[in-house]
Design a protein around this ligand. Structure first.
Ligand code: FES
Length: 66
C-alpha cells in the first residue's frame, strides 16, 4: 500500500505519496475523497467528468538506480 505524508512548505500543504516498484495508486483529482489524496470513488457523486489520476510503477523499474 502506498504511503503518504503531509508536509507544509511555504504556507502550502503538500501530500507526498511514496509508491514502491510494482504498486499502483489512484490519486484523487476532484478533492471529494474522504481518503484524500487517494481516490475513494466519491468523484462519481461530485463530478461527472473528473476521475482519479492512476499511477502504476513497473515492478522492474530500470530508472530506479539512475
Ligand atoms: S474521489 Fe476524487 S477522483 Fe475519485
Amino acid at each position: 500500500m502506498p504511503e503518504f505524508e503531509e508536509v507544509e512548505k511555504n504556507g502550502h500543504l503538500r501530500h507526498i505519496v511514496t509508491i514502491n516498484p510494482g504498486e499502483r495508486v489512484s490519486l484523487c483529482r476532484c478533492y471529494g475523497s474522504k481518503t484524500f489524496p487517494f481516490c475513494d470513488g466519491s468523484h462519481k457523486e461530485v463530478h461527472s467528468n473528473v476521475g482519479p489520476l492512476v499511477i502504476q510503477v513497473p515492478a522492474d523499474n530500470p530508472k530506479k538506480n539512475e
